[in-house]
Design a binder for this molecule. Sequence first.
Ligand SMILES: C[S@@+](CC[C@H](N)C(=O)[O-])C[C@H]1O[C@@H](n2cnc3c(N)ncnc32)[C@H](O)[C@@H]1O
Length: 203
Amino acid sequence: MDEIIWATPLYEFLRQCSLTSLDRTVLDCGAGSHGDRPPPLLLFYQQGYATYGIEINDEPLLHAKKFCADNGIPLNIFRGDMRRIPFADRTFSFVYSYNAIFFMTKTDVAVAMHEIKRVLRPKGLCFVNFLSVDDPDRRPFRKDNSASRLLGSRRFSRFRDGEADIYFRGFDILLKEKRIIEKLYEGRRLKQAYIDYIARRRR
Ligand SMILES: C[S@@+](CC[C@H](N)C(=O)[O-])C[C@H]1O[C@@H](n2cnc3c(N)ncnc32)[C@H](O)[C@@H]1O
């Protein structure tokens, strides 16, 4: 399996994880896959990590499971909600949530961040990216959108530059990076803005 994943910020997270001497166990929160893209956990699997993922929504969950079955790759992705991560305290050396947490309301983002910290081991690393207020997408979700249905949110939660720092109490922030992307996507000019964090749990 020589597929290469597209989620470029996760390569830096993988690099930082691989510099530690911690057990190679990683959890992805929001681990489903969309279209013909492989689940991002593949990147960690290819490097020998024991991978686990939770996904709340049927369709991306089925896509991810199909990818695993078709390719004989046990990424261990199953139904779960990052607001109640179904693992014991301090289970994982590494936890990430890529392009997923901001589908929830800010109240739920705070709950999920508490959960991510809970399942992370002392000295473990997490990666989370937040949508920035500089991202122009303020459209409300349609009523039949899975985020409205499953998460009760009306639109993406967007964060000011320092706003998400509060979730990293008890962590050392190793990287905080604001990415503003302008690209052509399916013939349209698209602007996106994210704030990425890599942080290490103190104890
Ligand atoms: C834009 S997709 C990104 C999926 C994947 N991380 C990727 O980069 O390809 C966001 C995913 O997060 C999932 N998600 C959102 N909130 C969740 C929650 N509370 N628990 C588990 N999954 C969640 C959504 O269902 C969706 O599949």
